[in-house]
Ligand binder design. Structure first.
Ligand code: CA
Length: 221
């Protein structure tokens, strides 16, 4: 999952980056509202973490601008100061899905992100289950027929993307954007290598290649 962090407090941003990358998220970071608006206009993210007090364009104005666009349904979690109740209310009314009070507790942040992503994928149950494969976002574990299958963070993220949308072809562009963000892929973690690894670790028929377009897991009968 690809997350955009909009936060001008460098040390907080660094803490969140380390925590979320450790969970296998692809995290891109911008430190002002105008850059964030540009990033959201040009690229696709699964979730936005939004500070409200930002240089150049404040968080509430940015949020209104996101929600004013036709493609503006990305889940937004705002980060606010403890005493700023009015800001929180304004944020929720402007279209935020949730908020977290600073100082941010990183475990709570991770749990709220999981909940928002689950909701945005239209699921209530925390685990993704598919033809003997079970994926648990809370622990980042994957099971096949009840046995734990060890995954690298990138393999896990790729599988998560595909299992979240059975029957839908996920394009190579979208998968690359989700997996790498603004980083480059390395030789050991290209899309082809990761797909190959998943097929080997689970089973070959799980992921179908749609030539020239992308990949999918078939919708279960
Ligand atoms: Ca700030």
């Amino acid at each position: 999952m690809r997350v955009l962090l909009v936060e001008d407090d460098r040390s907080l941003a660094q803490g969140i980056r380390v925590a979320l990358r450790g969970e296998g998220y692809t995290l891109d970071w911008v430190a002002d509202g105008v850059e964030a608006e540009h990033a959201l206009h040009c690229e696709r993210f699964d979730l936005v973490l939004l500070d409200l007090g930002l240089p150049r364009l404040d968080g509430i104005s940015l949020l209104r601008s996101i929600r004013g666009q036709s493609e503006g349904s990305v889940p937004v979690l705002i980060l606010t100061a403890r005493d700023a109740i009015a800001d929180r209310i304004q944020g929720l009314d402007a279209g935020a899905d949730d908020y977290l009070v600073k100082p941010v507790d990183l475990d709570e942040l991770k749990a709220r992100i999981r909940a928002l992503l689950r909701r945005s994928q239209g699921r209530a149950q925390p685990r993704l289950e598919y033809a003997g494969v079970s994926l648990d976002p809370a622990t980042q574990q994957v099971f096949y027929q009840g046995q734990t299958v060890p995954m690298t963070p990138m393999e896990y993220q790729l599988l998560h993307q595909l299992l979240a949308r059975p029957g839908v072809v996920v394009t190579r562009e979208r998968l690359s954007s989700t997996l790498y963000g603004w980083q480059e892929s390395g030789p050991g973690n290209t899309l082809e290598v990761l797909i190959h690894n998943l097929r080997k670790k689970l089973y070959t028929g799980l992921i179908r290649t749609v030539r020239g377009v992308g990949y999918l897991v078939e919708r279960q009968p």
